[in-house]
Design a protein. Structure first.
Length: 427
């Protein structure tokens, strides 16, 4: 029936009902034209095409960013390995310097100890030599004193005896006797000479027999007839012998003293040189110990930095490997997702699907208006749309892809929900 034949509702004017009926007719006609232009298949195809393009762009953008990240990983790996290698070489150099310093320190210490021992020995040698020299000097002085006293006594006795080269009164014999007794007591006079002197002193005094002159005067008796010629020869011989020995002794003393002075000076020079070298080696050892400490400190710092670099490199390598694995996994998953979406698009764009939809769906929508709305609601989610959604859902489960799961839900949704709501509000 025509809109004019519909009985008017109570309380509403026929003109208002006619106007609503006309508006519904215009809206239905417009909707038929819109549905004829955009079918559900075309809507789903466009949705998948847009998502495929978006996914491909994101895949390419991620690949570009990962390429930069991979370049950074490579640069960091190269830089850190070079730094670690340089640090290792530096540590080896410092180790060599430290070992050399330790060897030098041992050498300096050994030399200082050796020289210190030498100085001690040389100082003891000086003291021992000085003690011996003092004893030798004392012995020399005592011996020279004995020889001098003996020579003086012999000279005096010789002079006295030579004065008695003729007979003397007995009173003057006491002076000769005393002089010879002094010579006999000398320690330097040999025993045989002492015996000869003793025998000479024990000779009896020869007195002259009295004659006529005895009664004429009272001459003093002669002590002895002079018989000391052989004694004088013996004393002169002893004097010459003592003089020679004294000279030899003085010469030996001079040589001994000179030798002692040379030896003492040599020991003094050795001690001074050794002490100078000890001071020098001690200073060099202190400098070397400081040098070793500096290298040890630098080595410790380099070793610490190297350990940090190695830790950083290990963590960075692990991170880069993990991110590379994640990237490859995402790229593989995204590729499979895009492949699944492309397969769905190819199915929807195939001649069997798109041809049937373009042929049947518009003619179906051009029937009576009431029937058109009912048919629109019936064909909004057709079996093909459901099949595509099911295909994408299965691929989402097999690939564990949230993207394909979301796409399958979007495909399964009624593309005309908003249109139907608007129509419902109008009706």
């Amino acid at each position: 029936a025509s809109p004019a034949a519909v009985p008017a509702r109570p309380g509403r004017s026929p003109s208002r009902e006619a106007m609503k009926s006309a508006m519904r007719g215009v809206l239905a006609s417009s909707l038929v034209v819109a549905v004829s232009a955009v079918t559900p298949i075309a809507k789903v195809t466009q949705l998948l095409t847009d998502m495929h393009a978006k996914g491909l762009a994101e895949q390419q953008d991620e690949a570009k960013k990962f390429a930069a990240f991979k370049q950074w990983c490579g640069d960091q790996d190269r830089i850190k390995k070079e730094e670690i290698k340089a640090a290792g070489e530096s540590i080896d150099m410092h180790d060599a310097e430290i070992q050399k310093a330790e060897a030098d320190i041992r050498s300096f210490t050994s030399r200082v100890n050796e020289l210190t021992e030498d100085v001690g020995r040389w100082e003891r040698d000086q003291k021992s030599a000085s003690d011996v020299r003092q004893k030798e000097s004392a012995d020399f002085k005592a011996t020279v004193q004995d020889y001098s006293e003996s020579i003086d006594a012999l000279s005096q006795a010789i002079v006295i005896l030579k004065k008695q080269a003729f007979d003397r009164p007995q009173a003057e014999m006491l002076q000769v006797k005393n002089s010879l007794m002094q010579v006999a007591k000398l320690a330097m006079v040999p025993l045989e000479s002492k015996k000869a002197l003793s025998a000479f002193l024990q000779q009896p005094v020869v007195e002259e027999m009295p004659d006529d002159n005895l009664f004429k005067s009272n001459p003093e008796a002669h002590g002895y007839e002079f018989q000391s010629g052989s004694v004088v020869d013996m004393l002169e011989k002893l004097k010459d012998e003592f003089g020679t020995k004294k000279y030899e002794l003085e010469r030996e003393e001079m040589n001994s003293k000179h030798a002692f002075e040379q030896m003492y000076q040599q020991l003094t020079d050795n001690i001074e040189n050794a002490k100078h070298e000890i001071s020098k080696k001690t200073g060099l050892r202190a400098e070397t110990q400081e040098y070793k400490a500096e290298h040890s400190g630098e080595r410790a710092q380099i070793a610490s930095d190297k350990a940090e670099d190695e830790k950083y490199l290990s963590e960075m390598t692990g991170m880069c490997k993990m991110k590379t694995a994640d990237f490859e996994s995402r790229q593989k998953l995204r590729g499979e997702e895009l492949e699944a979406i492309q397969q769905a698009i190819d199915i929807l764009k195939s001649d069997q699907v798109s041809g049937a939809a373009e042929k049947n769906l518009p003619s179906l929508l051009q029937k009576r208006h009431a029937a058109s709305f009912a048919q629109l609601r019936a064909t909004a989610t057709n079996p093909l749309q459901t099949r595509i959604a099911t295909f994408l859902s299965e691929r989402a489960k097999s690939l564990n892809s949230r993207l394909l799961s979301a796409v399958s839900q979007r495909v399964a949704e009624d593309p005309f929900v908003k249109v139907k709501k608007m129509i419902k509000d109008l009706i």
